[in-house]
Design a protein around this ligand. Structure first.
Ligand code: ADP
Length: 357
């Protein structure tokens, strides 16, 4: 087990395409960190640089306090799990899992013990003599993880390992992965574009956008206190609602006034000076039904009952807004309902650069 440190890490492809602009992250020993961001933000590039599969253009990667920039992948003592599983089709589960130890010329009894232990942890013992093609997708992914566990590496690197699984299996494997980390406590770096996976798995999340770090924090810190509009919109599902307007303060009360005159109430203590252009952010689950005269009016367009809750879509001052309610509602399209933010769960962002105020 080891810490992983990235100091001003940069990546330029082909002399001109800057994929990573100078990333600093310190991952203590045993932590589970998720790199998350939209497609093309640079998360795979960053992971591949840590793995040694991609040259590092600038900055420094340290594993266990040792600089590894010049160290070949095979000498970094890491194990990587890919989306594609990358299993050898002609080898049994046992042979696939023991392969890296065989390459290292480990004694047979050590290989047998390592494979048996990983198989037991992952529930693969009954399948050790099967070929990958006779396994389900979830079982294949478990073999890929088993292969990583057998190596007993300093660091696990995961590159979207659950993307090929169907929705139900993804959730199940996600839970298994978390339980596995709680048991092995091996430093883990996990790449995904799926913010729910990031929220549920991570000790800390690194949100990437256009090759830069937008924010690093514990999942609920990012949810409660996003540093900017990008993180606010990326973390949470359905996504946070954003409404543009101007801060208006009078007689101790504050609101954001939209161009059509709709007034969005600001809680006491909300930042933003009178006349400042801002973006008002409120999560769908933080909207409650109010009486007319309270909050702001939503003109309903679509109601989606999921069984567990009700999603209501509509417009506020001409902008799209979504609200989620625990209770069931059968609003009609065109109907006006009144919404008010719960407590002080409102976010205000600078309209110019999206920074949280
Ligand atoms: P992500 O994993 O977040 O989807 P990537 O790390 O794959 O993003 O890519 C980051 C950026 O680097 C993208 O703009 C991508 O087009 C570019 N890129 C990735 N690999 C190469 C490559 N081999 N050559 C040139 N550009 C690349």
């Amino acid at each position: 087990m080891a810490s992983v440190e990235l100091h001003d890490v940069r990546k330029v492809y082909g002399g001109s395409i800057t994929a990573i602009h100078g990333v600093d992250v310190e991952i203590p020993d045993g932590e589970f960190v998720v790199l998350v961001g939209p497609s093309g933000c640079g998360k795979s590039t960053l992971l591949r640089m840590i793995a040694g599969l991609e040259d590092i253009t600038g900055g420094e990667v340290r594993i266990g306090a040792k600089r590894v920039n010049e160290l070949p992948a095979k000498d970094r003592d890491i194990a990587m799990v890919f989306q594609s599983y990358a299993l050898y089709p002609h080898m049994t589960v046992r042979e696939n899992m023991g392969f890296s130890l065989r390459l290292r010329k480990a004694p047979k009894d050590e290989i047998d013990r390592g494979v048996a232990n990983a198989a037991q942890i992952l529930g693969l013992t009954p399948y050790l003599d099967r070929l990958p093609r006779h396994l389900s997708g979830g079982q294949r992914q478990r073999v890929a993880m088993g292969r990583a566990i057998v190596r007993n590496p300093q660091v696990f690197l995961f590159d979207e390992p659950l993307s090929n699984l169907d929705a139900k299996l993804r959730v199940q494997m996600r839970t298994e992965l978390k339980a596995l980390h709680q048991r092995l406590k091996t430093t883990s770096i996990y790449v995904t574009h799926d913010q729910v996976e990031a929220m549920t798995l991570a000790d800390r999340i690194v949100v990437l956008h256009d090759g830069k770090v937008e924010q690093i924090g514990a999942p609920l810190d990012l949810y409660d206190r996003p540093a900017n509009q990008f993180v606010a919109g990326f973390i949470g599902s359905p996504a946070m609602n954003f409404l543009g307007g101007t801060v208006r303060r009078s007689n101790g009360a504050a609101a954001v006034a939209m161009v059509d005159g709709t007034r969005l109430p600001l809680p006491a203590g909300a930042k933003g000076g009178d006349g400042q252009q801002v973006v008002y952010g409120v999560r769908p689950e933080h909207l409650a039904l109010g009486d007319s005269g309270m909050g702001f009016p939503l003109v309903v367009s679509v109601v989606e009952p999921t069984g567990a809750d009700t999603l209501v879509f509509g417009t506020v001052g001409g902008s799209e807004v979504c609200a989620v309610f625990d209770e069931r509602h059968a609003f009609k399209p065109g109907e006006t309902v009144h919404l008010a933010p719960k407590g002080d769960r409102v976010h205000v962002f600078n309209a110019d650069d999206g920074a949280a105020l």
